[in-house]
Design a protein around this ligand. Structure first.
Ligand code: ADP
Ligand code: MG
Length: 328
């Protein structure tokens, strides 16, 4: 049974195609990740599925309901955690949850029971009665996740759930996401531009770039496509050496990312000395050498020719979020 089915889903803004004919299926109970750089179309995609934004073209079914024909049923079946903070800071945690429950028509008894359950899930019981403005950013995020769960949604949309959080808090959020997927059986569609998040959490990952899904599979299978190890060489003029290695029998693939040369090789122990010899022959100096198994970043690089955070958009995005949060 499918939780989400999209068919040629497309959204244009003036001349720009933000989401470009996306056709995919997400199974019931699945933890699905949409991974892509800033501006790839992740938020726009989610907003269409949540019936916040009408598509320019194409259709989708969410929890069995058509987004055009049954938007109210779609909304009742889903929970959303928005990319930008959307809590009321002048209310307590409990009041924020209670308000949400009222909007969804839950009775007082239902609300009280559910608030107790979800506060426990995100470990906020002790702070439930203090104002949200005193919460840390991690606590706010946890409360937003709890709020999305209030009305027992079948499907949860999490738009960049750990954006701008410190590593420790991110891990905690990952635990909650896994718990609500496993324990509550909630289907999850999350977006992220963090490869480690997609890799660690998701059953399947769709890589999105310029509105198109360019790769879709389990994280392990995506990485297996690269068949080999990645040697990263930090060298001056990496582009010059990229040309040298492009013809080399030792190297399967060559990519330049910043000051680094990423070479896909098999049998790295034997290959690395050969690569060093070749660079030495061209009077090059290697500043550092790294060897690792492929990550989803490498998969992204393979399909797009650039790194996922290369535009520096991630930093900009975090600053935007920070500015927004502190202006309240
Ligand atoms: N309301 C809007 N009006 C015009 N352009 C928009 C609007 N919302 C998003 N876009 C553009 O659509 C593209 C995709 O944006 P978005 O879905 O927010 O990407 P992501 O969430 O992956 O960062 C971007 O180029 C963005 O500037
Ligand atoms: Mg976004």
């Amino acid at each position: 049974m499918q939780a989400i089915v999209t068919d040629g889903l497309t959204r244009k803004f003036n001349g720009l195609t933000a989401v470009d004919h996306v056709t995919l299926q997400i199974k019931k109970g699945e933890l699905f990740g949409l991974l892509g750089p800033n501006g790839a179309g992740k938020t726009t995609f989610i907003h269409m599925l949540c019936t916040i934004l009408p598509p320019t073209e194409g259709t989708a079914k969410v929890a069995g309901f058509d987004i055009h024909q049954n938007p109210d049923s779609v909304r009742a079946a889903i929970g959303i955690v928005f990319q930008d903070p959307s809590l009321d800071n002048r209310l307590t945690g409990r009041e924020n949850l209670d308000f949400h429950g009222r909007v969804y028509g839950m009775s007082k008894i239902q609300r009280e029971k559910r608030i107790g359950e979800i506060l426990k899930l995100v470990e906020l019981e002790k702070r439930a009665n203090t104002l949200v403005q005193t919460y840390s950013s991690g606590m706010r995020r946890r409360l937003e996740i709890a709020r999305g769960l209030m009305h027992h949604p079948k499907i949860m949309f999490l738009d960049e759930p750990t954006l701008g959080l410190d590593p420790q808090t991110r891990r905690k959020i990952w635990e909650y996401i896994q718990m609500l997927n496993k324990q509550e059986g909630t289907t999850i569609l999350l977006t992220t531009h963090y490869m480690d998040e997609a890799e660690y959490l998701c059953d399947r990952v769709g890589i999105i770039d310029y509105g198109k899904i360019i790769a879709l599979d389990e994280p392990e299978k995506l990485k297996d496509q690269l068949e080999g190890d990645i040697v990263s060489l930090e060298v001056p003029q990496p582009r010059k050496y990229a040309e040298v290695f492009r013809g080399s029998k030792y190297v399967k693939e060559v990519k330049v990312v910043g000051d680094y040369l990423h070479l896909t090789v098999t049998g790295a122990e034997k290959t690395i000395p050969k690569l060093m010899q070749i660079i030495a022959r061209h009077n090059g100096k290697v500043r550092s050498v790294g060897l690792r198994s492929p990550t989803l970043e490498d998969v992204f690089i393979r399909y797009t020719g650039r790194g996922i955070r290369e535009e520096g958009g991630g930093v900009k995005e975090e600053m935007r979020l920070w500015a927004k949060a502190s202006s309240r």
